[in-house]
Design a protein around this ligand. Structure first.
Ligand code: AMP
Length: 542
């Protein structure tokens, strides 16, 4: 027997309808790409999103078509997301930090028909345009006064394009499993893979983000999404903020410490979210000025491991609470978050709380975590046993765009490629990527943990650990270091520094100093590149 409740598909444009009805006067404030501040309300954003939808239809854009954006966090980018979703089309957020050839590759793979582009990225596209045959029209996100001379095909200023339609439009009705967003992962190996979000998955993910077990945003918050909309859905914020009715402050292109600090200060930002690199810049500014942005209470930090020292600086030195979050493009992306402390926090002193906060937090309803061994056997949550981290839930990828093969195990779990332990209270602790973990004598050594400790050495600028072949142990760790300018720490000095901080058998067999460690487009250490660089190297113990 079926229940007798209404069919009310979970469609993304319902979020902006809700925001306009319940929080109509709430503001979205943007530092525009052109320079000046721009303010509009949720009601105005909804009206313009309806115009976008109508105007897209006039361009012949249909359900399932892909509309690309190459854009910063602004009110216009949000209007596009809702307008595109409202006709059942798909927003493909392109990451401008990818290598140009990769950008061309993913636009062609996605078969994008329109390109919505910020002024900043017009020159980049002009160089690539002859490789982008699928793009019929370039809509430059500006007004006539700021429209540049450009060779881009059928280029038009967004405000002129939008003015050709009014807002007399009804959102289309369709199945909640309809695709709404496309985002490619920037893997270090192989070609990028497209993760295709649905209306349902994005609505549920936004609802998760509003709960205290995740970001916990409310209408009392003023939130600045530093995390760009081209990174995995901006961690839900373009959906969860209107859903919660939170005042929204968009940073546009200026993401340096001073600009973020001043915007937070001027707009009374209470909460923000982004990757550790951005928070390092903000912390430097906070230290220089001897204070935090005046209303700032909470920051979510994730995307790569947040060092304990950064958490200590925010919490202890400036009284800003940190939620360390873990996730990936394939998980929409928030998998776990560390604002909500559970039973494991009971009785801990300040140092103990910082140790706990350095772990990656706990999962909200809808994210099922397990750790397994190589034979898919589920492992205990005892805080010690490490295994492959797998996830299941309504906001987790089951297969990639245009790759018809499912990527789940027999029980429907997605293998994240991360290695982790889980505490009895559900707190996740990521120790490595599975391809980076060092397998020594049948046991696993965490490259990340050694790197975290080594980078705390005053002469070390950056550190990476890779496994090198060893005749007896299979693999042993090699520590690779980029020293601080003008320093050349001795091998014994570095190893001495690690002593007592890691298990004896984790001690690197050697230390090598180099000038530069290769990075991926997403700013993560490129271990594949490092392994190639050290392909001919032999450990002294081998
Ligand atoms: P991406 O899909 O590019 O966002 O990359 C996802 C990967 O980033 C995850 O599988 C993790 O390896 C890593 N990652 C994300 N957040 C964290 C975190 N808080 N701590 C450690 N690694 C993280």
């Amino acid at each position: 027997m079926l229940g007798l409740m209404q069919d009310w598909p979970l469609l993304l444009h319902r979020i902006i309808d809700h925001a306009a009805i319940q929080y109509g006067g709430q503001e979205i404030v943007t530092r525009s790409v052109e320079g000046p501040m721009h303010v509009e309300t949720f009601t105005q954003l909804r009206t313009r999103a309806l115009q976008v939808a109508k105007r897209l239809e006039a361009d012949g854009i249909k359900a399932g078509d892909r509309v690309a954006t190459l854009a910063w966090n602004t009110w216009r980018h949000m209007e596009i997301w809702y307008g595109v979703a409202g006709i059942g089309a798909i927003t493909h957020t392109v990451n401008p930090r990818l290598f140009p050839e990769q950008i061309a590759w993913i636009i062609n793979h996605a078969e994008d028909r329109l390109m919505m582009v910020d002024l900043t990225f017009v020159p980049l596209l002009e160089k690539l345009a002859d490789k982008l045959g699928c793009i019929e029209k370039y809509i430059v996100l500006t007004d006539a006064a700021h429209m540049p001379q450009t060779s881009l095909r059928n280029a038009v200023a967004y405000e002129d394009w939008l003015a050709e339609a009014d807002a007399d439009f009804e959102w289309q009705a369709f199945d909640e499993n309809t695709a709404a967003g496309l985002c490619y992962t920037s893997g270090t190996t192989g070609l990028p893979k497209g993760v295709l979000y649905s209306h349902r998955s994005n609505v549920l993910h936004a609802m998760q983000a509003c709960t205290p077990a995740s970001l916990g945003v409310t209408s009392l918050d003023t939130v600045l999404p530093v995390v760009p909309m081209f990174h995995a859905n901006a961690w839900s914020l373009a959906f969860s903020l209107p859903m919660a009715g939170a005042r929204t402050v968009m940073p546009g292109p200026k993401l340096d410490g001073d600009s973020v600090f001043e915007l937070m200060d001027a707009e009374g930002v209470t909460m923000s979210a982004g990757v550790p690199t951005v928070w390092k810049m903000l912390l430097d500014t906070m230290r220089e000025r001897g204070r935090k942005p005046k209303a700032l209470k909470r920051v979510a930090i994730g995307g790569s491991a947040c060092p304990r020292g950064m958490i200590a600086a925010f919490q202890r030195d400036f009284g800003v609470e940190v939620g360390h979050a873990w996730g990936m493009t394939e998980t929409s992306p928030i998998g776990t978050c560390g604002f909500e402390l559970r039973s494991g926090a009971k009785g801990l002193d300040e140092e103990g709380i910082l140790d706990l906060k350095a772990k990656q937090g706990t999962a909200p309803f809808g994210v099922e975590l397990v750790i397994t061994d190589d034979n898919d056997k589920h492992l205990p949550w005892d805080g010690k046993t490490v295994g492959r981290l797998k996830v299941r839930g309504p906001c987790i990828t089951k297969s990639y765009f245009k790759e018809d093969k499912p990527v789940l195990d027999a029980l429907g779990y997605f293998d994240t490629g991360d290695i982790a332990s889980i505490d009895p209270d559900g707190t996740l602790c990521i120790t490595d990527r599975s391809k980076d973990v060092i397998k020594s004598g049948g046991e696993w050594i965490s490259s990340v943990q050694i790197e975290n400790i080594a980078t705390a050495h005053p002469d070390v600028h950056e550190a990476a650990v890779i496994g090198m072949a060893h005749p007896k142990w299979d693999e042993r760790p090699l520590l690779i270091i980029v020293p601080e300018k003008g320093k050349s720490p001795a091998r014994e000095d570095i190893l001495g520094y690690l002593e007592g901080k890691i298990a004896k058998w984790w001690m690197p067999d050697d230390v090598q100093l180099i000038e530069e460690i290769p990075h991926t487009a997403a700013g993560k250490i490129n271990k594949l590149g490092l392994r190639e660089k050290f392909a001919d190297y032999k450990l002294p113990t081998a």
